[in-house]
Design a protein around this ligand. Structure first.
Ligand code: KG4
Ligand code: ZN
Length: 337
């Protein structure tokens, strides 16, 4: 085969085991094994996640290679999520990738998970133009990222406490919905009135966010309402979900709009698990239309954690010859390079 790069990418930062194969930056396969075991506990249990990664990683890689029609011998670089995430989960992917790189004597590429969420925008067309401003909203992060090029990124604002995904998941938990609750809040919100109940928006200086006040406000609101009507949640589920979702989206996009205007950026996007939210997808498109900007909204399969985004990031690093040494270790927390 006459190719310049065939990259096998591994994602194992949290509770999903992913593997993808890319040829010259084009995704040939993208496989994800979702760990159902955590649902009964209402959140991810780190030790169980590590064990499930150990069980899943070899079969997931096998399927990714098979779906791509690529053999192990054809792979000429291997990438993995190096940080941030659950350390026991990251170590499984890191160990696998290092062993693969050593056995095949091919380059090893270490990828930052949050950079990969942003670069998921470069998997399919249309690709954003630079400078590009990306709102990355996941279960663990809420960041406004200024991208000057594929690998030159700067976090210009982030949450000081809960992430946007956590705000969705904790709301869902208070409403008695199963984990992960974000998609369910989205589903019920579609039938509700977003202005029915008022909740406090994030009110922080500069481009920072805070969602812990919202969580407390929802808790007290529900306690008070349930005292007066024990079936308040069941009677008002759609309106509560719509109102909370509206508050989170307004908090996020108020800052995004201010940042884009201040920096004179016309290409804006959303990334991360919460970018699958239908309200947020519509709201950023509306915001872009109003301002004459171009909005980039990723395909659903590239919003939540996936290995294709690790692969596309690795592809840009491959082009620059940015390879990792076998002595590299996974890291639960890591600042951006
Ligand atoms: O990026 P991701 O898959 O994992 C992390 O890196 O955290 O994001 C997962 C988060 C969870 O909090 C989940 O509830 C949220 O994304 N999420 C959503 C939706 N789909 C996933 N939140 C709101 N609406 C959705 N449709
Ligand atoms: Zn993620």
């Amino acid at each position: 085969m006459n190719t310049s790069s065939i990259i096998l990418a591994i994602e194992s930062s949290c509770d999903d085991t992913g593997a993808a194969v890319l040829i010259d930056g084009k995704v040939l396969s993208n496989v994800i094994a979702t760990q159902k075991v955590h649902e009964q506990y209402g959140g991810v249990v780190p030790e169980m996640a590590s064990r499930a990664h150990i069980q899943n990683i070899v079969p997931v890689v096998d399927v990714a290679l098979k779906n791509a029609g690529i053999t192990k011998a054809q792979v000429n670089a291997i990438a993995f999520t190096q940080a941030p995430g659950l350390i026991g989960s990251l170590l499984v992917g890191a160990g696998f990738a290092k062993a693969f790189a050593q056995a095949r004597d091919i380059p090893l590429i270490a990828v930052h998970h949050m950079q990969a969420h942003v670069l998921a925008h470069f998997i399919d067309d249309p690709k954003p133009e630079f400078p590009f401003l990306c709102l990355t909203v996941s279960g663990g992060h809420t960041q406004i990222v200024l991208c000057r090029s594929h690998l030159d990124m700067e976090v210009i604002g982030e949450t000081i406490d809960d992430a946007a995904g956590e705000a969705f998941d904790k709301t869902a938990k208070m409403l008695g919905l199963p984990y992960p609750g974000g998609p369910l809040v989205d589903k019920y919100a579609a039938q509700g009135d977003p202005l029915k109940f008022k909740f406090p928006p994030s009110n922080m200086p500069d481009y920072s966010f805070s969602f812990s006040g919202l969580k407390t406000a929802i808790l007290y609101f529900l306690q008070k309402q349930k005292k007066e009507n024990s079936s308040f949640v069941e009677d008002n589920l759609a309106d509560i979900c719509a109102s909370v979702q509206h508050t989170i989206i307004r908090s996020l996009l108020t800052k995004m709009e201010a940042a884009a205007k201040a920096l004179k950026i016309k290409h804006v996007g959303i990334a991360g698990g919460v970018s699958a939210n239908s309200g947020l997808r519509k709201a950023i498109q509306d915001m872009a239309n109003t301002n004459g900007w171009q909005a980039y909204i990723p395909d659903f399969q590239y919003c939540t954690d996936n290995a294709a985004m690790i692969g596309i990031t690795a592809y840009y690093k491959y082009l620059k010859g940015d390879f990792a040494d076998l002595s590299i270790s996974a890291s639960a927390r890591a600042s951006w390079s």
